[in-house]
Design a protein around this ligand. Structure first.
Ligand SMILES: Cc1cc2nc3c(=O)[nH]c(=O)nc-3n(C[C@H](O)[C@H](O)[C@H](O)COP(=O)(O)OP(=O)(O)OC[C@H]3O[C@@H](n4cnc5c(N)ncnc54)[C@H](O)[C@@H]3O)c2cc1C
Length: 408
């Protein structure tokens, strides 16, 4: 069966907070935008009952309610949605392809916003108590709901111990299950010292989770002693798993640059190492994974997509696609030495009107164009003929230099 082919300016993979925000920015910039989501539009945030730390909602909001607003706003700006799984990508070159079971979507820009998933223990009945049924993955999100309660933390790495200490500000007791011998933890020494001295924290050494139990909601964690296999039944109100987080990046292995644990590496503009491919939200290697930061990333990626497409059009039609030979003047409006050259280039443009096309590129606004012209300094000149870069030069210039460069 031949696959259908559809064309878009931008395809966004993943419909969580990051993807939806990128969609709002792209849609509002009048880019023809498609968002592909494989399960629930709204992403991980829809699994939480209460989001109290997203600004603008002083009374808090349910995750689902908040994400419905994001979805509505993206639809308002014309973003199209497809509920299907992305199966493959081809991201090299100007035309990117995003493959699903029935259709190949072609795009000028792809934004990866596929998020991640917390690692699970694999213990018995774990799937019955996930998220609002008592097993949580986010102390920042769910600590307040555990005020005065007894909670368990699984893990002893930096995240487990630091989040565990944060939980002691709310919960009466935080019981930490550690798989190592007494006193051995995977976190840094400072966190370890503080945790061991914290009167609200208790430790169960040499233990792993055997089973989660409850009656609709989790009320007991059954631990197994790794030395003698004995079972320890611990009554709890909630259990927080901090045993790692897995980014949804299987599709991008060997396609874009990932760090060791598999997160996408971006710069502060959310650009990946592949031109025209951006990443936003929890899928990125970043300091804080929250809705507020996913929104910031999505906004930057959406804005970046718009700029990338505009620059591609200028590059292809005005610079490389011009019938006349062309001179590109790369400058920066805030640099006096660049501004001093404007009268020289403008006089040259006037003198050779109809013979040579002059394009001025302010690299402060259009750094991407300078990259495509392989120029990293200003002022600079690039001479282009029949769609090819023939010569370039850096530094100040006179009218004679311009004439020599363009063989006039
Ligand atoms: C239980 C819980 C409670 C939380 N509470 C809070 C809170 O109170 N406050 C807060 O700020 N943050 C909270 N967070 C964190 C917050 O949910 C995340 O930081 C946020 O959802 C990240 O958004 P995202 O768009 O990057 O990724 P996600 O929300 O993970 O969205 C990624 C989307 O991509 C989709 N996807 C993945 N692969 C594919 C594919 N191949 N094809 C198509 N679609 C794909 C997924 O289905 C998913 O919907 C909580 C997280 C959890 C788990």
């Amino acid at each position: 069966m031949d696959k259908k082919v559809e064309q878009y300016d931008v395809v966004i993979i993943g419909g969580g907070a990051a993807g939806l925000t990128a969609g709002i920015y792209c849609g509002r910039a009048r880019l023809n935008t498609l968002l592909i989501e494989k399960s629930l539009v709204g992403g991980l945030a829809t699994y939480t009952n209460e989001i109290e730390n997203y600004p603008g909602f002083p009374e808090g909001s349910t995750g689902l309610g908040l994400m419905e607003l994001f979805h509505k706003q993206a639809k308002k700006f014309g973003v199209k949605f497809k509920l299907t799984d992305v199966k493959g990508v081809s991201l090299e070159g100007e035309k990117k392809i995003v493959e699903t079971f029935r259709t190949n979507y072609e795009a000028k820009v792809v934004i990866i916003a596929s998020g991640g998933k917390p690692r699970l223990t694999g213990a018995k009945n774990e799937d019955l108590y996930l998220y609002d049924k008592g097993i949580s993955f986010c102390a920042t999100c769910d600590a307040a709901a555990n005020t005065g309660k007894t909670v368990m933390v699984i893990g002893s790495g930096d995240a487990a111990i630091e989040e565990g200490m944060f939980l002691t500000k709310f919960a009466d007791k935080v019981i930490v299950s550690v798989m190592h011998d007494e006193g051995i933890m995977d976190c840094n020494e400072i966190a370890k010292g503080q945790a061991l001295a914290n009167p609200k924290m208790e430790f169960i050494w040499n233990s792993v989770v055997e089973e989660f139990a409850g009656d609709g909601h989790l009320n007991e964690v059954v631990l197994k002693n790794t030395k003698n296999d004995s079972l320890i039944r611990v009554p709890v109100d909630s259990c927080f798993l901090f045993i790692g987080y897995l980014p949804n990046t299987e599709l991008f292995r060997d396609v874009i640059e990932l760090n060791r644990p598999g997160y996408v590496i971006t710069n502060e503009k959310m650009e990946t190492n592949v031109p025209g491919v951006f990443a936003a939200g929890d899928v990125r290697d970043k300091f804080l994974k929250q809705v507020a930061t996913a929104v910031g990333d999505g906004a930057i990626a959406g804005y970046g997509a718009e700029k990338y497409i505009a620059e591609s059009e200028i590059f292809e039609s005005q610079i490389m696609g011009s019938e006349l030979p062309g001179i590109v003047f790369l400058w920066n409006a805030v640099m006096p030495e660049c501004r001093a050259l404007l009268p020289v280039i403008e006089a040259f443009e006037e003198k050779y009107k109809g013979k040579i096309k002059v394009t001025k590129v302010d690299i402060y606004k259009s750094k991407g164009l300078a990259d495509r012209l392989e120029m990293d300094e200003v002022p600079a000149l690039v001479y282009i003929k029949e769609g090819k870069i023939i010569k370039s030069r850096k530094g100040s210039f006179t009218e004679t230099d311009l004439e020599e460069l363009s063989a006039l």
